[in-house]
Design a protein around this ligand. Structure first.
Ligand code: ATP
Ligand code: FE2
Length: 327
């Protein structure tokens, strides 16, 4: 049995996961930075990660019932993400791999959201809607890559929900709070719907929703914001599904935890005869297990990478990564 320790540090969460080569998640532990006010400050977030990495790694190893010496491969999220945060994970990974004398693997965070969904939902070749704080991407495997069929032209869906919540005086992360508010209303406030070809834009919608706040109950605006933005991603997903004719749809990333979004994407999927799968809540947000598992897939296919190649890649698109372990 080969075990991989994965480190996630692209944004708010420092997380460690341990998996084996059969795809069992043996341990996963996380510590999420929550700012007192406002959004994520990269430097402050990275200091949080430095302070907690040791206890997070120890907890993940403890759950897995293994000592550091039992780890065969170290994987880390190499990008995309916030530079100072990525640097913490990369430094810890380099130190551990060098100390243990084991291979190191750099993982693309977006690929990891897809791979953990494929593993956890037992799906083989899905059309994927990946929605999180930093990404809004409709993608499917084709010609050796996770090709992007549609994406946001400005801000990400999770970021949009977080920014709206912040303007409404709610603390980060706003997504779950907007969902709870939206459940209290069925009154639709008119908001702009912007789909351009296969892409969508969310910043105008955010501005309109914030501007609607003084005149309307917050639950009505939250409801309308969800209905509008989720319909937009559902439309793009539906068209990509009709085009690619995939038989499975996978919803992944932090916003995949949203019950209303799941309901909408399920309808779209089943309307096209495809099965619908949402990544389990515990694995929907950023976590070390997804990095460990993707690192394991990469390692099994192509081994480790030289330490000289472990520099962070803050802007690293999903479709730039060769998916060598799939045919
Ligand atoms: P990435 O780096 O992949 O873009 P991320 O760093 O934002 O991701 P994730 O943990 O994947 O991290 O996603 C966090 C986002 O998910 C936040 O924007 C948060 O508000 C959102 N989110 C979490 N739960 C819900 C929910 N129930 N409804 C809507 N959004 C949610
Ligand atoms: Fe993420």
């Amino acid at each position: 049995m080969t075990t991989c320790l994965g480190l996630e540090s692209t944004a708010h969460t420092l997380s460690a996961g341990v998996v084996d080569d059969a795809g069992s998640i043996l341990g996963v532990a996380s510590d999420t930075y929550v700012p007192d006010e406002g959004g994520l400050h990269p430097l402050k977030t990275s200091i949080h990660h430095v302070d907690c990495f040791q206890s997070v790694v120890e907890r993940a190893l403890g759950q897995a019932g293994t000592a550091l010496a039992g780890i065969d491969v170290v994987a880390f999220s190499q990008g995309p993400g916030l530079g100072p945060c990525l640097r913490v994970g990369a430094s810890v990974a380099r130190a551990l791999a060098t100390f243990l004398g084991v291979p190191i693997v750099g993982v693309n965070h977006c690929v990891a959201h897809v791979e953990i969904g494929r593993l956890a939902c037992k799906v083989d070749d899905p059309l994927t809607l990946y929605v999180s704080g930093g990404n809004t991407i409709v993608s499917a495997f084709d010609c050796g890559r996770y090709q992007v069929f549609g994406e946001t032209l400005d801000i990400a869906l999770g970021n949009m929900l977080d920014a709206f919540a912040r303007e409404a005086g709610l603390r980060h992360p706003g997504g779950p709070k907007v969902e709870a508010l939206a459940r209290q209303s069925v009154t639709y406030v008119d908001l702009p719907y912007t789909v351009k070809g296969m892409d969508l834009a969310l910043s105008g919608l955010l501005t309109s929703a914030v501007n609607a706040l003084p005149g309307h109950p917050i639950a009505d605006v939250a409801f309308s914001l969800q209905e509008t933005s989720f319909s937009m991603v559902a439309e793009v997903t539906e068209r990509a599904l009709a085009h690619t004719e995939k038989r499975e749809v996978l919803l992944t990333g932090g916003v995949a935890a949203n019950g209303r979004l799941q309901e909408m994407i399920r309808l779209v999927s089943e309307g096209h005869g495809a099965t619908f799968h949402a990544v389990p809540r515990a694995l929907a947000g950023d976590n070390g297990a997804m990095i460990a598992w993707t690192g394991m897939l990469q390692f099994k296919q192509s081994g480790g990478i030289p330490v000289e190649d472990t520099g962070i890649i803050p802007r690293w698109r999903l479709d730039q990564v060769p998916i060598t372990w799939r045919s």
